[in-house]
Design a protein around this ligand. Structure first.
Ligand SMILES: Cc1ncc(COP(=O)(O)O)c(C=O)c1O
Length: 411
């Protein structure tokens, strides 16, 4: 290891994240990301890796997409800065209009945040105000962030760790269990169901046929709002702009973050229908965020939305997803170690044999030049998410490395 890399690790171990470094060290992964470009990241010591983790969709467009870099440079040349969150802003208005227009159903408003957790907090607060109910139903081992409200739904282990879990305000039901959902909502006292269209940290289990539509129907029957957390699945990864559209569901609220930033400038948003956004007419100061909807971020997000909504982008995602699916099938036929492939567009969870199967695969892939991460709540499933512009040649290289890693891990 170079002296420079060693010093970076020591500094971070001392001042930033000692436990995380210890854990990755145990697995044998000592990545310090230096240069990055397109689908590639380079370790500080030069090792080249294909990034199929893409930080949950943050690098949906790849790293430093040239049009995003140009948009950022342009933003720096404009006579703007973060802006003042109290006043109307041309850029914020334009991005809000784009997000509303790109969403299904009758969305009306867009409340900006600086990250996904904050946007989830906004979604929860909006649902509570609209329904005047407190309780939120979420999926067991869903992941919606780590701020106060977002961390208190889904997997609440970390909220409890900080003594900020709220068991009286939150109820958990298993994914794909419609009876449990019915029971949870039957008293008509639930403000909202929050659900990742395909729960990422749980290893991307796919919703069973009709499940999400049925959940939405029960929500409608019980006066409960449906919050679609599209932080990982949105922005054209699924082959539609929002994955929820693939399941014919019109949510009351959509949460978007990560990829909206183009991987360059933080920005996130909660997109609200009339009912969910009712508080905006009552008390405009009820939620404020200094950095939420920063004008620099909006300038970048405008370009992101333009790119992801181009017909050729969606057409490419759909054709390369089909190619990826065929490649997975070939591997599955050859190797029983790959137990299951869960795929929706360019979102994939690969389940391997053994409780820690994906952790070993993550390490093997790292050694073979691919960065893919195991799912936090199911260590047998590897999250596998090539960027939107992966071509067949790149998929072939990824598959070669995947095959080599499977052979190493199953022997
Ligand atoms: C589905 C989902 N929702 C919300 C969040 C929280 O986003 P952030 O880390 O930007 O706060 C994440 C982050 O990984 C996520 O995966």
């Amino acid at each position: 290891m170079s002296k420079i890399k060693d010093r970076v690790i020591k500094l971070n171990k001392q001042y930033v994240c000692p436990d995380k470094i210890r854990i990755f060290n145990q697995i044998g992964i000592d990545l310090v990301i230096g240069k990055r470009e397109g689908p590639y990241i380079y370790d500080l010591d030069g090792k080249k890796l294909i990034d199929v983790h893409i930080n949950g969709g943050t690098y949906n467009l790849g790293h430093r997409h040239p049009e995003i870099i140009d948009a950022m440079k342009e933003a720096m040349e404009l006579p703007i800065d973060i802006g003042n969150h109290h006043f109307p802003s041309p850029l914020r208005g334009e991005v809000a209009e784009m997000l509303v227009r790109l969403s299904p159903g009758d969305m009306e408003y867009c409340v900006f945040a600086s990250g996904g957790s904050e946007a989830v907090d906004i979604a929860i607060k909006s649902a509570r105000y609209a329904t005047q109910r407190r309780k939120i139903v979420s999926i067991d081992n869903g992941y919606h962030g780590r701020t106060g409200l977002s961390g208190a739904v889904g997997n609440t282990k970390n909220a409890a760790f900080f003594l900020s879990d709220m068991p009286q305000d939150s109820q958990i039901v298993p994914f794909n269990d419609i009876s449990a959902m019915k029971r949870a909502l039957e008293n008509q006292d639930i403000a909202a169901v929050i659900i990742e269209t395909i729960p990422a940290t749980l290893g991307f289990p796919l919703p069973e046929n009709g499940y999400l539509a049925e959940v939405k129907l029960i929500c409608e029957q019980t006066g409960t709002l449906f919050i679609a957390d599209e932080v990982q699945t949105g922005l054209s990864r699924s082959g539609k702009i929002w994955a929820i559209e693939k399941f014919n569901v019109v949510p009351d609220i959509i949460v978007t973050a990560k990829g909206l930033s183009g991987g360059i400038y933080p920005i996130a948003a909660a997109i609200l229908n009339e009912k969910a956004g009712s508080w905006l007419l009552e008390d405009g100061f009820a939620h404020v965020s200094t950095f939420g909807g920063s004008e620099i971020g909006c300038h970048v997000a405008k370009k992101v939305l333009e790119i992801i909504s181009r017909p050729e982008t969606l057409a490419h995602v759909n054709s390369i997803s089909a190619y990826l699916s065929d490649s997975f099938k070939t591997l599955q036929e050859k190797y029983s170690h790959l137990l299951e492939v869960r795929q929706c567009g360019l979102i994939a969870g690969l389940k391997f044999d053994g409780e820690m199967g994906a952790v070993f695969m993550s390490k093997a892939l790292y050694d073979n030049g691919v960065w893919a991460m195991f799912s936090g709540y199911d260590l047998s499933v590897l999250q596998f998410k090539p960027y939107l512009f992966a071509d067949q040649a790149l998929v072939d290289v990824i598959m070669e490395k995947l095959e080599k890693s499977i052979i190493q891990c199953s022997s």
